[in-house]
Design a binder for this molecule. Structure first.
Ligand SMILES: Cc1cc2nc3c(=O)[nH]c(=O)nc-3n(C[C@H](O)[C@H](O)[C@H](O)COP(=O)(O)OP(=O)(O)OC[C@H]3O[C@@H](n4cnc5c(N)ncnc54)[C@H](O)[C@@H]3O)c2cc1C
Length: 864
């Protein structure tokens, strides 16, 4: 065993520390800056507005924010002592950087809070902000940095690409041999997680929250009025709402309410060195370094260094026994045995990058549990299916998330809607398909991929396929590149014999570009078939169904036999969801939503139904139905061969829905297509998918029918200027700026959710507007979330993009200030470090079939 201070270099492969090292302290810390543990409260309450289960950084941050915002009766119950889960031993790294979009806001809010927490609470937090540099040693990393720059440009986050000279100046201990560039975030750094939590606790108490420990929650009993009896050995408490913030015990707490949260603890290690003379000699603290190829982070810890690697998925260690047998009773502030062999290749990479490490002695190794969800993003928000049960669990990076997530959740709880779009953290993105086996495979992959290049259109393959595949999976899997959507596999694009079928992600156009062009042509000129089974599908009926939907949706209720596109708005008048609503028989509806929003939408609908006392039956029939889309000018001709139902334009109108038989297979057919071409969506029993597909493909031989995937569909819908939920509209946007006016019926009699707010938004006038842009690029297309420039400043952002195979230019939707939204306006779209001139165009670029049809009829050419 190596004891602190022993004179050995890191290279010694026999190194192995055992036992529980002490809590690491802040780098460059001042003597006595730590906070004493707060004394436990003796009070008890019988009633609480919100009970938070778990006193780690997340639970305590929520208590702080709720109490600060004025909520009375906030109670946090902690089973042993505050920070006694993952929090106390975290490395404490804080960064503004996030490769996604919405989480940047969370990181930003956390850092801004941590900067002023000491002043506010009088408790030191040990916050150091020397900045951080991500290191690129390959050209593709440099592309990734450029990609990340354009995604960050329209956010508050400060971020720059810096040259090697600048990197060396900021981090003089680096071996510069391979370094090409750095991504620099000023203000990044690290905080002492224990002190942070204690400061948040002090704040929470100051504002009136009760933080009670030890008080282990042993059971949760729901009452019929939606409240909970929360039981502990200390007594029971009635709560209006409970929030599970129990860290790596979150599965155990979930089981108390009948849920299996897809979480799994993984082991994460970091190593702390003793004083290194070269570090001690520095005049200022080193920025935090992230060597992406070496897959580790490294920061200064007092006069030494702290180094934390992410092993590959093959080498990393999942604590799967905790999933099978539960967290061992009594496991609290323990750590796992350290295992340096597992991280040796990263140690070597670090020694090459920062050569002074070769002379460093290890004084501490920390190996602790981090809770991973399958995609390593936390689960935050109300949970579908269990009333008044909220979660804030699955935090891989809880220290940087705590401040922002606490505020976000507190706002949501207090105002009844999320303060901004954070759909990627929706706990309802998972479902029954998220098995333990899947969760483990994904956690391994996510951990191992911590530092891999983040490409647009990224696919990850571990744990796939799940049991949720469509009936067509077996037929299609060898013909196409599949995308993963909420457990389903859905064709992205199809390859023909001889075409390169590999998954080849790129920041530029890649091997799918030409095949997608062919699929595009297939639908525009001929007829194509697409598997749409991943859609979320609900059946709603009952005596109050019309009243409920009229209250939920901003559009009118479609007549029986018809369909419309309808939006559920939030009370503040922003877009919560977009669904296709079909009125099948009087009072009975089929609701369709995107695959990613199935339980997100269902939760909202169910909650409104219960809260409003509507007499309805709501059934999630997602897994019962398959969906085939058929689209293109020959769609009618092919389908008509298979049914006695008259499909002619006047008899089966656009947006009409009918139950019919295709050959012998019963389907609900809706005349609608997201391609904007003549088409039907055929909803059928899932077991009939293969037969239905075969029949249609055979019937379409003469017309040259073929498959198409979602990439082609995206290009087709963009040309038609069809908005997509999650891109052009979400709870950050109101439907008017998104150009959804047509679907919003402000003068319908029902006082639908968001109506009053939207009226006010309309009266005040819009500040920004969604526009369509075309731009000429070389080999790169917009994806969405790129910066829009005008007059040397960032003025907006794209929301989605594609290549337009019709005009052979790039095409994007973007939000720009109203004064820059006129047709013909010139702006610039930043793509991989280049600002491309772009023009606001009259949308749509290509008229949809129903519009073309109407025009043709108007011009007297109604016979096709
Ligand atoms: C080695 C290591 C390094 C890390 N480094 C970083 C980093 O640099 N930056 C970063 O952002 N993140 C880091 N993390 C991750 C971070 O530590 C966690 O994401 C974060 O601490 C999670 O906080 P939490 O509040 O969700 O859970 P926890 O801290 O685990 O807290 C959960 C609490 O719930 C309590 N509890 C459980 N069950 C019950 C019950 N039934 N009743 C009452 N109370 C209960 C527990 O006692 C515990 O105190 C690191 C993690 C590890 C292991």
């Amino acid at each position: 065993m190596l004891r602190p201070g022993a004179q050995r270099g890191l290279l010694l492969s026999s190194l192995r520390l055992q036992g529980s090292p002490g809590r690491p302290r802040s780098a460059c810390g001042r003597q006595g800056e730590e906070n004493a543990p707060l004394s436990a409260e003796t009070r008890w309450k019988d009633r609480a507005e919100t009970v938070i289960i778990g006193g780690g950084c997340i639970g305590v941050s929520l208590a702080y924010h709720l109490a600060k915002a004025g909520m009375k009766d906030v109670v946090l119950l902690e089973k042993s002592e505050l920070t006694a889960g993952s929090t106390w031993h975290a490395a404490g790294l804080t960064t503004y950087f996030h490769p996604g979009i919405n989480l940047k806001k969370i990181h930003y809010a956390s850092i801004k809070l941590y900067e002023k927490l000491e002043e506010e609470t009088g408790q030191v937090v040990g916050f150091h902000q020397p900045g951080s540099i991500r290191i690129a040693t390959t050209p593709v990393r440099v592309d990734e940095f450029k990609y990340q720059m354009t995604r960050t440009g329209w956010h508050a986050t400060e971020q720059y690409i810096i040259e090697p000279e600048k990197i060396q100046e900021m981090f003089p201990l680096l071996n510069m041999n391979k370094i090409l560039a750095g991504l620099y975030n000023p203000g990044d750094g690290h905080i002492d997680p224990y002190s942070l939590t204690m400061a948040l606790a002090a704040g929470a108490r100051k504002y009136g929250a009760l933080l009670k420990y030890p008080a282990p929650v042993t059971s949760l009993i729901p009452r019929s009025d939606g409240t909970w009896d929360v039981e502990t050995p200390q007594g029971s408490m009635r709560a209006n709402r409970i929030v599970n913030a129990a860290g790596f015990w979150a599965r155990e707490v979930g089981k108390m309410v009948g849920l299996e949260h897809p979480l799994i603890p993984v082991q994460h290690q970091y190593v702390v060195t003793s004083t290194i003379p070269e570090v001690k000699a520095l005049k200022r603290e080193l920025p935090v370094l992230r060597d992406l190829e070496g897959s580790y982070y490294l920061r200064q810890e007092r006069d030494g260094l702290l180094f934390g690697p992410y092993e590959s998925q093959e080498k990393m260690q999942v604590q799967d026994s905790w999933v099978t047998n539960g967290v061992p009773p009594g496991f609290g502030k323990e750590l796992f045995e350290s295992d340096l062999d597992r991280i040796m290749e990263h140690v070597e990479a670090a020694m090459e990058m920062v050569p002074v490490l070769k002379k460093a002695d290890i004084i501490n190794i920390v190996n602790g549990p981090i809770t991973y969800s399958p995609d390593i993003l936390p689960m935050v928000g109300p949970h579908q299916g269990v009333r008044n049960y909220w979660v804030a669990i699955g935090f891989g990076y809880g220290i940087i998330h705590a401040g922002g997530v606490g505020k976000y959740l507190s706002d949501w709880i207090l105002h009844g809607e999320p303060p901004f779009d954070l759909i990627e953290l929706d706990p309802n993105r998972y479902g029954k398909w998220t098995t333990t086996q899947y969760t483990e495979a994904k956690a391994r992959e996510s951990y191992g991929f911590n530092n891999i290049v983040g490409y647009p259109k990224e696919e990850r393959f571990a744990g796939r396929p799940t049991q949720r595949v469509s009936g067509l999976y077996k037929i299609l899997e060898s013909k196409c590149s599949m995308g993963f959507h909420a457990g389903w596999e859905q064709p992205h694009w199809f390859y023909k014999p001889g075409q390169d079928s590999r998954y080849r992600p790129s920041f530029r156009r890649t091997n799918w570009f030409e095949p997608v062009g062919s699929e595009y042509k297939q639908v525009m000129q001929n007829v194509g078939v697409i598997d749409l089974s991943p859609f979320g599908k609900f059946n709603i009926k009952g005596q109050d169904s019309v009243r409920l939907l009229d209250h939920l949706f901003a559009n009118v209720i479609p007549k029986v036999g018809f369909t419309n596109i309808s939006h559920m708005l939030t009370p503040k008048g922003r877009v919560y969801a977009e669904l296709t609503v079909s009125h099948q028989t009087p009072g009975e509806f089929l609701l369709i939503t995107g695959s990613g929003s199935e339980l997100h939408d269902l939760r909202w609908i169910e909650e409104e139904a219960v809260n409003g006392g509507y007499d309805v039956e709501i059934k999630n029939i997602t897994d019962e139905l398959g969906v085939l889309g058929i689209a293109g000018p020959h769609a009618r001709k092919v389908l008509q061969k298979l049914t006695s139902e008259d499909l002619s334009d006047d008899v089966f109108k656009f947006l009409q829905t009918k139950s019919l038989k295709v050959s012998n297979i019963p389907v609900t057919a809706i005349r609608i297509s997201y391609t904007g071409e003549l088409g039907w969506e055929l909803y059928h029993r899932r077991e009939d998918s293969v037969a239905l597909y075969d029949i249609i493909m055979n019937a379409g031989q003469e017309e040259g029918i073929d498959n198409f995937g979602t990439y082609a569909m995206n290009a087709l819908r963009l040309e038609k200027a069809f908005r997509a939920w999650g891109s052009e509209m979400n709870c950050d946007t109101n439907p008017l700026e998104a150009g959804l006016d047509y679907f919003i019926k402000l003068n319908k009699p029902a006082d639908f959710i968001g109506k009053q707010a939207l009226k006010q938004i309309k009266a005040k006038g819009l500040k920004r507007r969604l526009v369509c842009l075309t731009l000429a690029t070389d080999d790169v297309d917009p994806e969405g979330n790129e910066s829009i420039w005008y007059d040397g400043k960032v003025v907006g952002n794209t929301t989605s993009g594609s290549y337009s195979y019709s005009v052979q230019k790039s095409l994007a939707f973007a939000y720009v200030p109203v004064e820059l939204s006129k047709v013909g306006q010139q702006v610039e779209v930043e793509l991989l470090g280049t600002n491309y001139p772009a023009t606001v165009i009259q949308e749509p670029l290509v008229l949809a079939e129903p519009a073309r049809n109407r025009l043709r009829k108007k011009n007297g050419k109604d016979k096709i």
